[in-house]
Design a protein around this ligand. Sequence first.
Ligand code: PCA
Length: 327
Amino acid sequence: MKIGRVLLSTLAGVTVGLGINCIAMAATWDMPTPYPDKTFHTENIAAFANEVAEATGGELKINIHSAGSLFKHPEIKNAVRGGQVPIGEFFLSLLSNENPVFGADSQPFLATNYDEAKSLWEAQRPIVTTLLDKEGLMPLFSVPWPPQGLYTKKEIKTVADLKGIKFRAYNATLELFANKIGAAPTQVEVPDIPQAFTTGRVEAMVTSPSTGANSKAWDFVTHYTDIQAWLPKNIVVVSKKAFRKLDKKTQDVVLEAAKAAEVRGWEMSKKETAEKTAILKENGIVVVTPSAELMAGLKEIGAEMTVDWKASAGAEGAELLKVYQGK
Ligand code: PCA
């Protein structure tokens, strides 16, 4: 026993010594992301990775594995949590089953433009940070998608026109929304959208002009109704364990680059809205301003969902709304 202790402390001494040397050693972080390379979120992350590599003189290299190529989208958060990868990106509201606060940005018509989305994120961020912290994760930055609109194969004038349509969903909240409008939802990841339409698994979707244009929606739908229903966000998180292994200087570089990525990402998102809506038009999609009747019907469903969300979101949800609505 005694010998064991002596050995251990010697070993500890050696480890400390090695640790000091390790600080200057280069690290490579594999980073799974869910969306294809030519997505502004992925491009923003590539710029973040470049900045980190440059500012650390190549000491920290971030290798991006886009489009769910390393881990499937629903597995990314747990891959970071479980230490399989140090960093990853995912759609924040996918965690709404863990806590409804994660899904606030997908509540229909709660925040429908960039200013509101910003206020919502400011209210949401401290709660999200605390919740993720308990799981050994730290948020680095979060960026919204452009306002979500409706893609269909015909003109939609009222909620009733959506009845029975096979509908693509990307989270539980959108699935519920689709059910409430009388549609039939199926979960489909972004890289699988074109195939889901061409094989008839789905006939309509709610997503951004960005994802619609990138998926070449004109190949399978005819109308885009600009309902601006919500601005859901992606989030980039790092495992605290991996972060702690970096020396202070490198940690600061990562945090600075993350701050810059959030600012740049929001700007990129705003620019996307007009640019990608124009591309939809250029390719023959009829871009429609929604009828008052359609909006009233959709908003009624949204209001109903927000009441239920509030009831399920407990003290944290109440706190979020108090801060958000107080702005
Ligand atoms: N694009 C992603 C999330 C929201 C968006 O605009 C998607 O359609 O899954």
